[in-house]
Ligand binder design. Structure first.
Ligand code: KG4
Ligand code: ZN
Length: 348
C-alpha cells in the first residue's frame, strides 16, 4: 500500500456532501450530493439546513462512491475527512461518519484542512505539485493566498480577504442584479456578452498605502457596494440597467485584483508555479486572464477542471493520500470539528 494508498475522503464543510476515493494519484470515484437548491430561496447557505442534508446524504453517497470505484471499504488504507474550516454543524456530520468507518473497520483516520485539500486535488489532474508553489483559493467561504512549501506539512498564509470572500461577492452582486443563487456561474454566463470596461469599478486594496499594509490581502465589500450604488443611480434616473455590461465590469474588477495579487506573490517570493482552486476558479474570465498574465510573467499555471475546483470528496482523499505517503501520523479517534482551523494545520 505504501506507494499507492487507497483512501476515502469525506467533505461536508459547506453545502456539498462529497465522498471521493483515490488510489495513489488516480481518482476512482467522486460522489457528490448538494443541498444548494434548498438554500437558493434564502440567497445563501443556511447552516442547519446544510447539516440535515449531509445527514441524509452521507450513507447513500458513501455507498455510491464505493460502488463507482469498485472497492470495498474493508480494502481502504485510510479514511480522511475535512475537520475544518467550515460550518461547525456540517463538519460534524462528516467527522462522525469518518470516525465510524475508521473505528468500525480499524483504519487510520486523518482529519484534514479544507484549504489544503483544495490544493491537494490538483495532483489528481496535473501530477505532483512542484514546491514551493503559490496557491490562490477563491470560493464562497474563503479567499486566500498561500505559500505551499510542503503539501503534507508546510502551508503558510500570505494573505486573505478582510471582508467578503470572492465567491460571496459574486453571490451578493448576482442577487442585487436579480440573478439566482449561487451567483458565480450566473454572472460568468451573463458577463460573456457584456463589456468589461463599461464601468470601472474599484479594485480593493490596490492603492499605494493599502499595498504597503495589505499587499496580499483582498477586500470585496467596497466593490459590492459600488455596484449597488451604480445600479441604484441608474434606476433612480429611470434608465435600464445593462445587466451583461455590469456583470462583466464587476467580474473584471474581481479577477483583475485576484490575478494581480497572485502574480505579485509569485514574483516577490520568486516562485514559478501558481495554483488556483476553489469554486471561483471555475470562472471562465479568471481562467483566461490568469493564463494570459502567467504566460507573460513566465509563471506555470495549474487550475484543476471546474468539477474539482468546487467542494468535493476527491480533494480530501487526495490530501489523505499525500499524508499517508509522507508518513504523517494519523489523527486520534477523539477528533472534533474545528470551524476556525488555521491553514497552517494541514492535518489535525
Ligand atoms: O468551493 P465552493 O464550491 O464552496 C465553498 O467552499 O464556498 O465555491 C462556491 C462559490 C460560490 O460563491 C459560487 O458562486 C462560486 O464559488 N462560483 C463561481 C463560479 N462557479 C462557482 N464564481 C464565479 N464564476 C463561476 N463560474
Ligand atoms: Zn471550499
Amino acid at each position: 500500500m505504501a506507494d499507492h494508498p487507497l483512501v476515502l475522503g469525506i467533505e461536508t464543510s459547506c453545502d456539498e456532501t462529497g465522498v471521493g476515493i483515490v488510489r495513489g494519484s488516480t481518482l476512482l470515484a467522486d460522489a457528490l450530493a448538494s443541498s444548494v437548491d434548498e438554500h437558493a430561496r434564502f440567497g445563501g447557505v443556511v447552516p442547519e439546513v446544510a447539516s440535515r442534508a449531509h445527514l441524509e446524504a452521507m450513507v447513500p453517497t458513501i455507498e455510491r462512491a464505493a460502488a463507482t470505484a469498485g472497492v470495498r471499504l474493508a480494502d481502504l488504507d485510510a479514511v480522511a475527512v475535512t475537520a475544518g474550516p467550515g460550518l461547525a454543524g456540517a463538519l460534524l456530520v462528516g467527522v462522525a461518519a469518518a470516525k465510524a468507518i475508521a473505528y468500525g473497520l480499524g483504519k487510520p483516520l486523518y482529519g484534514v484542512n479544507h484549504l489544503a485539500a483544495h490544493v491537494a486535488v490538483d495532483r489528481l489532474e496535473h501530477g505532483d505539485l512542484p514546491v514551493p508553489s503559490i496557491a490562490m483559493l477563491v470560493s464562497g467561504g474563503h479567499s486566500s493566498l498561500l505559500l505551499v512549501e510542503d503539501l503534507a506539512t508546510g502551508v503558510q498564509p500570505l494573505g486573505a480577504t478582510l471582508d467578503d470572500a470572492a465567491g460571496e461577492a459574486f453571490d451578493k452582486v448576482a442577487r442585487l442584479l436579480g440573478l439566482p443563487f449561487p451567483g458565480g456561474p450566473e454572472i460568468d454566463r451573463t458577463a460573456r456578452t457584456g463589456d468589461p470596461a463599461y464601468v470601472t469599478f474599484p479594485r480593493g486594496l490596490t492603492g499605494h498605502r493599502d499595498l504597503a499594509e495589505h499587499r496580499f490581502d483582498f477586500s470585496f465589500a467596497g466593490l459590492k457596494t459600488a455596484v449597488a450604488r451604480w445600479v441604484e443611480a441608474r434606476e433612480r434616473d429611470g434608465e435600464p440597467v445593462p445587466l451583461a455590461d455590469v456583470a462583466a465590469s464587476f467580474q473584471e474588477a474581481v479577477v483583475d485584483v485576484l490575478t494581480r495579487k497572485a502574480l505579485a506573490a509569485c514574483q516577490e517570493l520568486a516562485v514559478d508555479t501558481l495554483l488556483i482552486g476553489g469554486g471561483v476558479a471555475a470562472n471562465s474570465r479568471l481562467r483566461a486572464l490568469a493564463a494570459e498574465r502567467c504566460s507573460r510573467a513566465g509563471v506555470h499555471l495549474r487550475i484543476p477542471r471546474p468539477g474539482l475546483c468546487t467542494d468535493n470528496g476527491a480533494m480530501v482523499a487526495a490530501l489523505g493520500v499525500a499524508l499517508v505517503q509522507a508518513g504523517v501520523a494519523p489523527t486520534a479517534l477523539d477528533l472534533g470539528a474545528d470551524s476556525g482551523l488555521p491553514v497552517t494545520t494541514v492535518a489535525v
